[in-house]
Design a protein around this ligand. Structure first.
Ligand code: ATP
Length: 888
C-alpha cells in the first residue's frame, strides 16, 4: 500500500474538544456510514499491526539447506561426482531437494494452521455504523468510527472519549503502570504530555477494567501508539512448545551420538579397505538420515492438525503448546454460571413484604422490589421486543414485563443519572435515578448477604422500619432456603437522596439502604454437563466448581452434576472462609474442596497456585476482566467465546466457542490423542533410525557393503516422512479417557515408548542384516557380484518395507493392532501406499533401478523380502501381549 494512503488524520486529539475531534475526523456521534467506512478502510488499511515480513517460498526453500549436515552431504556428493560416481551424486542431490520441498510444504502447512487459529480468535469491537451498534472484527475499524467500550473490552484502536461512566483502563503494556488509569473528559491543554497523562484518550490493546465509555477512533493499525513500538513486540510471538524444545534437546544428543557412530564407521571402513570417498558419503548419509531434524516440523503439524480438530468441536486453541498441556490436565476449575449451567435465568420465587411467593403469582409493579430490579438494570429492549443483556438482568426485566410493567416508560420517567457498575468482587450494582416526583433514588441490587450488610432499614407494605434481628434472621433463612433449591438469589434495596452523590463510589452510594425484598432465579444445568463430569472423573481428572453464587446454590448444583456427593458439606468452602486460611494452610487442605462459593476472581489465583503446589496441571475457566490473572497463572486458561470479555480471551490458552464445560473434556480428549499420536510418530521414526544405524554400523564392522548412501537417504528422507505425519492423524484409542492423566513429569519417552524404540530398532536392524546374510550365504544367482547386488537390493527393500509394516504396529503403543483397526485411518493408508510406491519404483522401474544401483528381484526373492519384513508385526504383537499381561 502506498505510504501516503496509510497516513492517518493528523492532530493532537487530546487538546481538542469532542466537537473539534469529531469534525476534524469528518464523523458524528451516530457513527460513519458503511460506505464511508469502506472508503476509509481502503485508504487507511486494516486496523492491525504488521507482523514482520513473511518469507517467500524460495527463501523458505533455501532455508532448508542451512543445516550443517546437509551442506556436508552435498559437498561430499559433489566431490564423489568428480571422482566418477555422477549418478549417485545426482540422486543424492535430488533426494536432498525433494526433502527440502517436503520441508517447505510441511512448514507451510503448519503455518497455515496457526494463521487459521489466529483468525478464529481475532478480537471484535462494538461499533456504531449508520446509527446502529454492530459487532465487527477490530481489523475493520477506521478513523472516525464511534465505538462502545465496557469493562473487559480490549481497546481496539487509539481513541478519544466522547462519553464515560466510571471508566478505568489498564495501560501497562504502553506505560508500564499496572494500576488502571481513571479516564476523564477534560481537554488537555499541554500537547507535550506523555501517554499516561492523556486521560481523555484510550490506546490500542489496553484493557478496560471498569465502567464504560463511548469513543471515536483517531488512529488505527501501525498509526497507533502500540503501532509505533510494534517492531519491539512482534518478535515475542514465535514460541516453541515444551515438546518442541525437548525435541530440539533430544536432537542435539542424537546428533552427537550419531556423529560418533558415523566417525567410527568411517575409520573402520577405510581400515577394511574401502574407498575414503565412499565411506565418507556413507557415513554422512547415515548421519543425515538418522538425525531426526524433521521431527520438530512433524510435531508442529500434528499439533496444528489437532487444533483444527478441536476448533471443529468448539475448542479454539490460541496457543499451540496448549494442545500438549491439555492432554495432561489433572484439575479443571470451572465457573458455574454459563459453563456448567445454561445461563438462562428465570425468576421462580419472590420474597416481598416478609412473605415468599411464587413468581407466577400476581405482584404490584409499583412495589420498590420491582422498580429497583428494573431500574438498576442494563438490559436493553430491542425494537422487536427481545431483551439484550446479562441473563441475570434480562430475567428480571422479563419478570417485570410479564407482570405488566411499562419498563421503557419507567426508564424514561426516572432517568439514570449515575451508577456504580456491577463487579464480581462487590457483587452489587447501583444506579442513581432522578425521580419524577422530585429528588433522586439510589437503586441497588445484588447478593443478599452483601446487600444486607449495607441495609439499615427494610420496607414492608409501604412502611419503612429499622432493620431488626428478627427481619435479619428471616432474610438470611429465606436466602438459605432458596439457595438450597439451586436458585440464584438477588436482593434489592434503595434509598432516596436530595442530590446526586458527589462521588460514584460504593462506599458513598451503597450505604444506609432500605431492604426491599429478594428473588430466586433458576438457571438449569447444561444437559451434557453431568456426563462430562463423569467422563472427567473416569479419566482421573478432578472437576472443581467455582462460583460467585451463594454456598447453598453452588452445593445444590454441584451435587446434581456429580461434582460432590450428596450432603458432603466439607467439600464446599466460601471465599470468606478461604480468606481465613494462609497460603500454606490452604495448600495442604486444597484437595478437600470441590466447590468454591461466593468467591472473587482473586481467589481463583490462590486456588490455581495451591493445586500447582501439589504438582498438578490446572485448567481454569474465566470470563471477566478480573479473571485474567487466574487465566494466566493456570497451566491452561480457558476463556468463554460467547460471554467472555476480550481481556479474558486474550489471557487464555483456549477459548470455548460454546462456553460449555463438556467442550473442555472434548478438548482434553483431543489433547491426549494428539500427545499419544506424537509419541507414535516419534516411536516410528526413531526406531526406524535406530534400525538403519544398527544395520549400517554392524555391516561396516563385519565388512559388508550392505546399503549405498542413496538407499539410506531414500528410505529415511522420502519414504519415512509420510507415515510419520499420517500417524499424527490416528483416531483416539478407545481407552484414552479411561487412563489417568500423564502428569507433569512425563515426556514423549514415557509410557514405555523408550524401550519400545530400542527393541523395535534392534528387530528392524536384525531382520535387515539377517536377510542380507541369508542372500549372500544362499545366493540365487551364482557369482559374488550378482549375489551381492541381489543381497543388497533385498536388504534395501526389507529395511524400507519393514518400516512400513512397523508403522502399523505403532498405531497403538501397547494395544494390539487388531484392537485399533488397522485400516481405519485413511490418510495413513494412503501414506503407506505412497511410501511403498516410492520404494518399489526404485527397484521395479527400468532405468531407476540402475540409477539406484539395485537388482531386479525375482518372485522368490520378493517373497523372502515380504515374509521377513512382515515378521515384525507378529513379533511386536507378541511383545505387546506380554507387556499387557505384565502391567496387569
Ligand atoms: P460464575 O460464572 O463464576 O459462576 P457467577 O455468575 O456465579 O459466576 P457473578 O456473576 O460474579 O458470579 O455473580 C456473583 C453474585 O453477584 C451472584 O450470586 C449475584 O448475587 C450477584 N450478581 C450477579 N449478577 C448481578 C447483577 N447484574 N447485578 C447485581 N448483582 C449481581
Amino acid at each position: 500500500m502506498v505510504e501516503e494512503k496509510k497516513q492517518q488524520v493528523q492532530g493532537v486529539f487530546y487538546t481538542q474538544t469532542e466537537e473539534e475531534v469529531l469534525s476534524n475526523l469528518g464523523t458524528a456521534v451516530e457513527g460513519l456510514s458503511d460506505a464511508e467506512a469502506k472508503k476509509r478502510l481502503a485508504s487507511y488499511g486494516a486496523n492491525q499491526l504488521d507482523e514482520g515480513k513473511t518469507k517467500s517460498l524460495f527463501v523458505k526453500f533455501l532455508e532448508q539447506f542451512k543445516d550443517f549436515m546437509i551442506i556436508v552431504l552435498m559437498a561430499a556428493a559433489i566431490i564423489s561426482g568428480f571422482f566418477g560416481d555422477v549418478t549417485d551424486a545426482v540422486i543424492i542431490m535430488l533426494v536432498v531437494v525433494v526433502n527440502a520441498i517436503l520441508g517447505v510444504f510441511q512448514e507451510a502447512k503448519a503455518e497455515q494452521a496457526i494463521n487459521a487459529l489466529k483468525m478464529m480468535s481475532s478480537p471484535h469491537a462494538r461499533v456504531k455504523r449508520d446509527g446502529h451498534v454492530v459487532t465487527l472484527k477490530s481489523e475493520e475499524l477506521v478513523p472516525g468510527d464511534i465505538i462502545l467500550l465496557e469493562a473487559g473490552d480490549v481497546v481496539p484502536a487509539d481513541v478519544r472519549f466522547l462519553e464515560i461512566a466510571s471508566l478505568k483502563i489498564e495501560e501497562a503494556a504502553l506505560t508500564g503502570e499496572s494500576v488502571p488509569v481513571e479516564k476523564s473528559m477534560n481537554k488537555i491543554e499541554d500537547a507535550e504530555v506523555g501517554i499516561g497523562d492523556r486521560t481523555n484518550m484510550g490506546f490500542m490493546n489496553s484493557n478496560v477494567t471498569y465502567g464504560r465509555g463511548i469513543a471515536v477512533v483517531v488512529g488505527t493499525g501501525m498509526n497507533t501508539e502500540v503501532g509505533k513500538i510494534a517492531d519491539m513486540l512482534a518478535t515475542a510471538d514465535e514460541t516453541k512448545t515444551p515438546l518442541q524444545e525437548n525435541l530440539n534437546q533430544l536432537g542435539k544428543y542424537l546428533t552427537i551420538a550419531i556423529l560418533v557412530v558415523a566417525a567410527v564407521m568411517f575409520v573402520v571402513g577405510i581400515n577394511g579397505g574401502k574407498e575414503a570417498i565412499d565411506m565418507l558419503l556413507t557415513s554422512i548419509s547415515l548421519a543425515v538420515a538418522a538425525i531426526p531434524e524433521g521431527l520438530p516440523a512433524i510435531v508442529t503439524i500434528i499439533l496444528a492438525l489437532g487444533t483444527q480438530k478441536m476448533a471443529k468441536r468448539n475448542a479454539i486453541v490460541r496457543k499451540l503448546p496448549a494442545v500438549e498441556t491439555l492432554g495432561s490436565t489433572e484439575i479443571i476449575c470451572s465457573d458455574k454460571t454459563g459453563t456448567l449451567t445454561l445461563n438462562q435465568m428465570t425468576v421462580e420465587k419472590v420474597f416481598v413484604n416478609g412473605t415468599l411467593q411464587d413468581a407466577s403469582e400476581a405482584i404490584d409493579t409499583t412495589l420498590p422490589i420491582v422498580q429497583i430490579m428494573t431500574l438498576s438494570n442494563d438490559t436493553k429492549i430491542s425494537s422487536d421486543g427481545s431483551l439484550i443483556g446479562d441473563p441475570t438482568e434480562t430475567a428480571m426485566v422479563q419478570f417485570s414485563l410479564d407482570k405488566g410493567l411499562d419498563v421503557n416508560g419507567l426508564n424514561t420517567s426516572e432517568p439514570r443519572v449515575g451508577e456504580v457498575p456491577f463487579d464480581s468482587d462487590r457483587k452489587l450494582m447501583s444506579t442513581i435515578n432522578e425521580l419524577s416526583t422530585g429528588g433522586y433514588q439510589i437503586a441497588t441490587k445484588g447478593a443478599p448477604d452483601e446487600l444486607l450488610k449495607r441495609c439499615t432499614h427494610y420496607v414492608v407494605n409501604g412502611e419503612v422500619k429499622p432493620m431488626d434481628q428478627e427481619m435479619h434472621a428471616l432474610i438470611l433463612a429465606t436466602n438459605h432456603n432458596l439457595a438450597k433449591q439451586a436458585l440464584r438469589v438477588l436482593a434489592m434495596a434503595y434509598r432516596q437522596v436530595d442530590a446526586i452523590p458527589a462521588e460514584m463510589d460504593s462506599e458513598v452510594v451503597e450505604q444506609e439502604l432500605i431492604y426491599a425484598g429478594m428473588i430466586g432465579m433458576i438457571d438449569p444445568e447444561r444437559p451434557e454437563a453431568k456426563d462430562a463430569v463423569a467422563t472427567a472423573r473416569e479419566a482421573g481428572i478432578r472437576p472443581i466448581m467455582i462460583t460467585g453464587d451463594h454456598r447453598d446454590t453452588a452445593q445444590a448444583i454441584a451435587t446434581r452434576l456429580g461434582i460432590v456427593e450428596e450432603g458432603n458439606d466439607d467439600a464446599v468452602i466460601t471465599g470468606a472462609e478461604l480468606n481465613e486460611l494462609s497460603d500454606e494452610e490452604f495448600a495442604t487442605a486444597v484437595t478437600k474442596y470441590s466447590v468454591y462459593a461466593r468467591v472473587s476472581p482473586e481467589h481463583k489465583v490462590r486456588i490455581v497456585k495451591a493445586w500447582q503446589k501439589k504438582g498438578k496441571i490446572v485448567a481454569m475457566t474465566g470470563d471477566g476482566v478480573n479473571d485474567a490473572p487466574a487465566l494466566k497463572t493456570a497451566d491452561i486458561g480457558i476463556g468463554m467465546g460467547i460471554t467472555g470479555t476480550e481481556v479474558s480471551k486474550g489471557a487464555s490458552e483456549m477459548v470455548l466457542a460454546d462456553d460449555n464445560f463438556s467442550t473442555i473434556i472434548v478438548a482434553v480428549e483431543e489433547g491426549r490423542k494428539v500427545f499419544s499420536n506424537i509419541q507414535k510418530s516419534i516411536q516410528y521414526l526413531l526406531s526406524a533410525n535406530l534400525g538403519e544405524v544398527l544395520t549400517l554400523f554392524i555391516a561396516t564392522m563385519v565388512g559388508w557393503t550392505i546399503l549405498t548412501p542413496v538407499h539410506i537417504l531414500w528410505i529415511n528422507l522420502v519414504t519415512d516422512t509420510f507415515p510419520a505425519i499420517a500417524l499424527g492423524l490416528e483416531p483416539a484409542e478407545k481407552d484414552v479417557m479411561k487412563q489417568k492423566p500423564r502428569g507433569r513429569n512425563s515426556n514423549f519417552f514415557s509410557n514405555g515408548v523408550f524401550p519400545s524404540i530400542i527393541y523395535q530398532g534392534i528387530i528392524e536392524g536384525g531382520i535387515t542384516l539377517g536377510i542380507y546374510w541369508w542372500a549372500i550365504t544362499f545366493p540365487v544367482h551364482a557369482g559374488y557380484d550378482a549375489a551381492h547386488l541381489d543381497a543388497s537390493t533385498m536388504a534395501f527393500a526389507t529395511l524400507g518395507l519393514i518400516q512400513l509394516f512397523h508403522a502399523f504396529n505403532v498405531k497403538s503403543i501397547h494395544g494390539s493392532l487388531f484392537s485399533v483397526g488397522a485400516f481405519k485411518n485413511k490418510s495413513f493408508n494412503w501414506a503407506v501406499l505412497l511410501s511403498f510406491v516410492l520404494l518399489a519404483a526404485t527397484i521395479l522401474v527400468p532405468g531407476l533401478n540402475d540409477a539406484f544401483n539395485v537388482a531386479h528381484l525375482d518372485s522368490y526373492q520378493w517373497l523372502a523380502v515380504f515374509v521377513a519384513s512382515f515378521a515384525i508385526v507378529p513379533i511386536v504383537e507378541i511383545v505387546k501381549f506380554f507387556q499387557r499381561k505384565l502391567v496387569k
